[in-house]
Design a protein around this ligand. Structure first.
Ligand SMILES: Cc1cc2nc3c(=O)[nH]c(=O)nc-3n(C[C@H](O)[C@H](O)[C@H](O)COP(=O)(O)OP(=O)(O)OC[C@H]3O[C@@H](n4cnc5c(N)ncnc54)[C@H](O)[C@@H]3O)c2cc1C
Length: 385
């Protein structure tokens, strides 16, 4: 089968699954700030969350462009992929840098749904965007590491069995370079909970199951180290490029949802005896939003292809995330404006999606930091921080 036909089949299959999870389902979860476990289970059982896992470990061995299509369709159908997206992007770090033993130990369980890999512990309350100043320490002690510190915004930690954790293993002053001395661990949270690991939920603007995580002399096996000790920051950057591309794809899905909703409403809502969409003042913002979304979509596809070719396309991944998050937020605002007062009513789902899509110009990396990356590393402007 041609690759594009395969991607079209995936689109159709994801759409069909999402039909089982209509607006009422998401509204109820949103009201209660409850985790959409049924939706995540359905995605897992259909094999979508194992798309990137090679076939020899029980997955479907697809590339990042297929994962991007899955995430985009989930959002375009009005669902909330934030409940499950981390499994896709964390996967790349394990696939690229994990040992054969680690892959054999975890990937088949993740593919079957027995194990959930949904938590990614990087952000800390005091370091913020300055990841290199993170304070969580992992100190080698025989065949274990002892972890102390705190993470914040560790989303889905309460609904995951495994966490990918970034911690400092060499004190800052002893590291050869500022980017060295960090390591990545695959922490089995089932063993750790109550034995040095505590999770505290944070209630947010939208339903996101995010948390604070505390490490208090938590002992983890030395076998949970991914790759070489001290090289974790390099590994995480590569994983973050995959994350940015996938988040970009989700934003494209959101933008498509807003544009479709606005177009439908503008065609059917009659005021002054005619559809509101007959007024250019209503049409033009929708058309502009469509053009903005299509331009961003091209960059997301371009970045995914560059990643799938084996590269580490930092500029493309960052631009994809920047443009797509701005396109989805602009589409969200346009959609509320098109709906007028009804944009604020819960039953249309516009206000829910509006709140959900607001996140992506802030996280997983904020717009300013992408711009400063492009300014410095692509354009050669002076370093600003
Ligand atoms: C709902 C939610 C879920 C999240 N999930 C996860 C997760 O699962 N795992 C995880 O590790 N993290 C997660 N995050 C954290 C997220 O990645 C960070 O919030 C984000 O990277 C921004 O960091 P910060 O909040 O510390 O902002 P800060 O670093 O405090 O920055 C605040 C503002 O200042 C700006 N700023 C800071 N420094 C500069 C500079 N030098 N130049 C210009 N502007 C600057 C930023 O752009 C930002 O707008 C999540 C966050 C949220 C809100």
């Amino acid at each position: 089968m041609q690759h594009n036909e395969q991607l079209d089949d995936i689109r159709r299959a994801v759409r069909a699954l999402c039909e089982g999870f209509p607006g009422e389902y998401w509204r109820a979860k949103d009201r209660e700030r409850a985790y959409p476990g049924e939706f995540v289970d359905a995605l897992t059982q259909a094999g979508f969350l194992a798309a990137l896992i090679p076939e020899e470990y029980g997955g479907s061995g697809l590339k990042l462009d297929a994962a991007a299509v899955i995430m985009e369709e989930i959002q375009a159908a009005g669902c909330n992929g934030a409940s499950a997206h981390a499994q896709m992007y964390i996967m790349n770090t394990l696939l690229r840098y994990g040992s054969e033993d680690q892959k054999r130990a975890y990937l088949p369980g993740i593919a079957s749904g027995e194990l959930r890999l949904q938590a990614f512990g990087v952000s800390e309350p005091t370091s913020g965007t300055d990841t290199l100043s993170l304070k969580t320490r992992a100190v080698r002690d025989g065949d274990a590491y002892v972890v102390n510190g705190q993470k914040i915004w560790t989303s889905r930690a309460e609904h995951s069995d495994l966490m990918l954790l970034l911690a400092r293993t060499t004190p800052r002053e002893d590291a050869e370079k500022r980017t060295e001395g960090f390591s990545i661990f695959l922490v089995d949270m089932r063993e750790a909970l109550g034995k040095g690991l505590t999770i505290k939920p944070i209630r947010t603007l939208m339903n996101h199951s995010t948390t604070e995580v505390f490490f208090d002399d938590l002992r983890i096996s030395a076998a949970s180290l991914i790759g070489e000790e001290g090289k974790g920051f390099r590994y995480i950057l590569s994983g973050m490029n995959a994350e940015r591309i996938l988040i970009g794809a989700e934003c494209i899905g959101d933008a498509k949802w807003f544009i479709e909703k606005a177009t439908g409403y503008a065609t059917t809502r009659e005021v002054f005896g005619r559809p509101i969409g007959r007024n250019q003042g209503v049409q033009f913002p929708i058309a502009r939003s469509y053009a903005q979304m299509r331009a961003a979509e091209l960059m997301v596809h371009h970045a995914a292809q560059a990643y799938d070719a084996g590269g580490n396309p930092g500029p493309e991944a960052n631009m994809a995330k920047l443009l797509a998050s701005e396109a989805s937020w602009a589409a969200a605002d346009m959609c509320v404006q098109t709906f007028g007062g009804f944009g604020f009513a819960e039953e249309y789902d516009v206000e829910r999606k509006f709140r959900e899509s607001r996140l992506y110009t802030v996280a997983p990396i904020s717009t300013n930091l992408i711009l400063s990356y492009l300014a410095e590393h692509v354009l050669g402007l002076p370093r600003s921080y």
